[in-house]
Structure formats: structure tokens, C-alpha cells
Ligand binder design. Structure first.
Ligand code: AMP
Length: 308
């Protein structure tokens, strides 16, 4: 059940209609590993930070059992920084600043103890780095999932396609699925993306949930209707962490179990958006997670007698 997570470990500064933060702990790798730590004992992180990354953030990650042997600390550089501002509807945001810093020339190093990872989650990063990680593993993991974004489609489409051809699962949002496939209808978009490599495609639709495509089947997971969405940053990464963490925990890669995994991912994402940054993901109880899964079940369950 060992899980390897690759992704940014970052400082984020976030502004929403409800308030703003200074530099807080963020990054795709952070959200993925925190979410997955509720399902697997010690997710292994591959990432890089600078000299300015505080020890209390390291401690927080370690307190969740997260293995930081593959987290490089560059004495001469600064940690990746991202600043975003959400619009009033909370569905769209502007990137105010992206300072790559140590991420600019990130050369992923895989410690020997990471070599036997059975599950690999490639968070949104350069497709070249994502591929390097796959190539540096001596044994191909049982399941490789990746996330990406429009930036890589705009700037490194050929590299993205090469990496895509090597993975089993792609998580992507709806507008990016349309951009990558050139198809507006999401069913057609997913089919085209599957033809590029991944057997499973998960299209995230924010407050409208997520669609799973695979084995010629489709499944829809709703998003939980929440009274307050405080900060959506990292929701997609948290979804991915819950999803792959659940698959790694159960070891069942059937389409039926993928359905469960995207519900667990959606449940974890629903916690993430309730507070700024990672704060809601820091102290969850297992009962809270399973209560929330029950809310998903109740949300969509109904009795229909087809012969009534
Ligand atoms: P999400 O809200 O799921 O899109 O993820 C937001 C997280 O991704 C933030 O915590 C950022 O630090 C991180 N992030 C934003 N842009 C990038 C990028 N170009 N490369 C890596 N991580 C990024």
C-alpha cells in the first residue's frame, strides 16, 4: 500500500471574499500528502523547499506520518510561492504571483526507500519532472495517477502528451479537459484523453462534483452542498490525495472501487474548502470522514420502483 506523492510544497498567500492570509503552508504535494495520510500510514513525499521553510511546517507534516526523506531543502534558495485572489463566486480566481524559486530547476531525487512504492500520485508540476519520477523508479508502480493544468498545455504540450502516455489515471478540471481534447462535450473529451494513454480520466467540476470515466463506464460523484466555502485552494489536490490514498489502502483497482475512491476524494475536498489553506485537514477524525461519506450516500440515494 506504499504511496509516493510528488508535488509542490509551497507558501501560499490567499485572498477570498472572507479574508486574506499571509504566507501559509500550501502546495499541491502538501495537500495531496495530508489528505492521503488519513488512509495510508506514511506517504512518501518528493519535493523541494528553500532555507525559509519553517521547521513547524515540517513537524506538522511529520506528525501526520508523512515521510520527508525525499523533500530536498535548498540552503541557497527560497520556497515556491503562489498568491491567488478569488472572485465573489469562489469558482474562479486570479493568480496574482507565482515565484518558482527552488521549483524552477527541481531535479527530483528518489531515496532508496521510495523505490518499492506501489502507488504514485504526480501532483501538478512540469510534465518533464513528472516523467523523470516515473523513469527513476526501477519498478513501475501498480497505479500511476497524475494531475495537470492549462499552463502546461500552453507551454509544454508535447512533453505533457509524452507523460500522459505513461500514466493510468488523469485528474483534470472541466475547462482543461476541453482544452486538451478540443472537445466541448465532456464525454467526448474524456474518450479522446483516454486515447492519449490514461485508462481512467477524472474530470473535476468544482462545486458540481466529479466525473469518472473508465472501462467504458461513467460515474458521477456530487460535491457536497456546503453552507460556507471559505477557501477552495487545494481542493483538487486534496481530492487527489483522498482518491489515491483510498485506492492504496484498499488495493482494489476495479471500476467499482474507483467509485468509492472518488467519493472519498470528494469528502476530503469538502473539508479542505471549509477553512483557509490546510487548516481543516490538519486535525480530522476518522469518524468525521465517514460521517461525511454517509452524507454523500444520503445525498444521492433514492428509491425508485421501475414498475410503479
Ligand atoms: P488547486 O487549488 O488544487 O489548483 O491547488 C492550489 C495549490 O497548487 C496551491 O497550494 C499552490 O501552491 C500550488 N500551485 C499553484 N501553481 C502551481 C505551479 N505552477 N506549480 C506547482 N504548484 C502550484
Amino acid at each position: 500500500m506504499s504511496l509516493l506523492v510528488v508535488g509542490s510544497v509551497a507558501f501560499d498567500a490567499i485572498e477570498t471574499p472572507f479574508g486574506k492570509t499571509d504566507k501559509i503552508l500550501g502546495g499541491a504535494g502538501t495537500f495531496i500528502s495530508l489528505a492521503s495520510s488519513y488512509f495510508v500510514p506514511s506517504p512518501k513525499v518528493v519535493s523541494v523547499v528553500g532555507h525559509d521553510f519553517p521547521s513547524e511546517h515540517m513537524e506538522l507534516l511529520r506528525s501526520h506520518g508523512i515521510d520527508l526523506e525525499g523533500l530536498q531543502v535548498k540552503a541557497e534558495g527560497k520556497t515556491f510561492f503562489w498568491q491567488g485572489r478569488y472572485h465573489n463566486d469562489m469558482n474562479s480566481r486570479d493568480t496574482v504571483a507565482t515565484e518558482l524559486n527552488v521549483l524552477a530547476d527541481f531535479d527530483p531525487v528518489l531515496p532508496e526507500s521510495y523505490q518499492d512504492a506501489e502507488y504514485l500520485m504526480l501532483g501538478n508540476l512540469s510534465p518533464v519532472v513528472q516523467r523523470q519520477v516515473i523513469e527513476r523508479l526501477r519498478t513501475r508502480p501498480r497505479l500511476i495517477a497524475m494531475d495537470t493544468m492549462n499552463f502546461w498545455m500552453d507551454t509544454q504540450l508535447d512533453e505533457l502528451r509524452r507523460t500522459l502516455a505513461m500514466v493510468d489515471v488523469l485528474t483534470i478540471n472541466d475547462s482543461e479537459a476541453r482544452q486538451l481534447s478540443g472537445e466541448y462535450a465532456l464525454v467526448k473529451a474524456a474518450r479522446k484523453i483516454q486515447a492519449m494513454g490514461p485508462r481512467f480520466v477524472i474530470i473535476k467540476k468544482g462545486e458540481h462534483g466529479a466525473l469518472l470515466f473508465g472501462d467504458r463506464k461513467i460515474f458521477h460523484a456530487p460535491a457536497l452542498p456546503l453552507e460556507d466555502v471559505f477557501d477552495p485552494t487545494g481542493a483538487g489536490d486534496t481530492f487527489a490525495g483522498g482518491f489515491i490514498g483510498y485506492l492504496a489502502k484498499t488495493g482494489d483497482l476495479s471500476f467499482e472501487n474507483f467509485k468509492n475512491a472518488i467519493i472519498l476524494g470528494s469528502a476530503m475536498a469538502s473539508f479542505c474548502v471549509e477553512r483557509f489553506g490546510t487548516s481543516r485537514l490538519q486535525n480530522l477524525r476518522q469518524e468525521e470522514i465517514y460521517e461525511r461519506v454517509q452524507q454523500f450516500i444520503d445525498l444521492v440515494r433514492f428509491d425508485y420502483e421501475s414498475n410503479a
